[in-house]
Ligand binder design. Structure first.
Ligand SMILES: C[S@@+](CC[C@H](N)C(=O)[O-])C[C@H]1O[C@@H](n2cnc3c(N)ncnc32)[C@H](O)[C@@H]1O
Length: 282
């Protein structure tokens, strides 16, 4: 359904987001703050970025607090272009299975795995992370990085969905955000967001324990997100004239990305949480 490759001055779009299921397309688009009609051009709009949400360096840094066993097996749900999964495999020697709904991202991740001699240990597949993505349910690590509410409306239901993939004693890594203390939670930009205390309580509601938390608020990291947004804005500026029917949606997308970064510099605080799965059944 959402698939095209139309002439664009210099040729055809190199990458196409081909998602047949309209409901899944809406979920995927929402996870990227994009209008669903933009899905076909999203891979092009994001062609200058490897990390699409979480910063792979932060993911590696927090996982140093995990005691991953030798030969650990990891799952990256909504892996995007595979930046975090590849960094984890390279650093910790893990095997990784990455799942994403956008075929162009999965192809990119596979190509990067080959280029970095990680293809033996890193497998990337197209799929819907809400479904049965693997026969194995005893991963040592499951990551959910910057997917918002794809697995659940709140941190507790998200963890419940995530823990079914992880063996007792294994790890779950979540990249999300909370609302800074003192901020009015009724603000329309903050619908569905929680303060820090509520978030960490909900994350641990099923008997799992937060073993490490990494708050993304240092000036360097803000610079990282500002640069990401600047690259997206420049791509949008270049691509908008090539897609007259989508130019308004492309412009709005660039604005929304800037707004997101402004929120992260203001009332919203990005964070990574590393949880160790407790023994209770899922
Ligand atoms: C903001 S990006 C984050 C990508 C990556 N985790 C990162 O941090 O760089 C969100 C990703 O989730 C994927 N996604 C969203 N919903 C999905 C679903 N139901 N099944 C598979 N992938 C999904 C999107 O295609 C996109 O690549």
């Amino acid at each position: 359904m959402f698939s095209f490759g139309r002439p664009s001055g210099g040729g055809y779009l190199a990458a196409v987001a081909d998602i047949d299921d309209p409901e899944l397309a809406c979920v995927v688009a929402a996870s990227m703050d994009a209008d669903p009609e933009l899905l076909p051009v999203l891979p092009s709009l994001l062609s200058d970025l490897e990390d699409l949400g979480a910063c792979a360096a932060d993911v590696v840094a927090i996982l140093r607090d995990a005691e991953l066993p030798p030969g650990a097996r990891g799952l990256d749900l909504g892996c995007g272009k595979g930046a975090a999964a590849l960094a984890v495999a390279e650093t910790f020697g893990t095997s990784m299975l990455g799942i994403d709904a956008i075929p162009a991202f999965v192809e990119h991740a596979r190509a990067r795995a080959h280029a970095r001699q990680l293809a033996q240990r890193c497998v990337f597949e197209v799929g819907d992370v809400r479904g049965p993505v693997s026969r194995a349910t005893d991963f040592d690590l499951a990551m959910l990085l910057a997917l918002g509410d794809v697995l659940g409306d709140d941190p507790s239901t998200t963890v419940l969905a995530l823990r079914r993939w992880v063996r007792p004693g294994g790890y779950m890594l979540i990249d999300d955000a909370f609302v800074a203390d003192g901020v009015d939670l009724d603000d329309e930009d903050l619908v569905g967001c929680h303060d820090h205390a509520t978030t960490v309580a909900a994350l641990q509601a099923h008997g799992d324990v937060i073993v490490s938390e990494r708050i993304i608020d240092d000036p360097d990291k803000k610079g990282f997100y500002t640069e990401m947004t600047a690259r997206i804005a420049e791509r949008c500026r270049v691509l908008a004239p090539q897609f007259p029917d989508l130019s308004e949606a492309i412009r709005e997308y660039a604005e929304r990305q800037q707004h997101e970064v402004a929120l992260l510099e203001g009332p919203v605080v990005g964070a990574l949480w590393l949880l160790r799965r407790g023994p209770s059944p899922s």
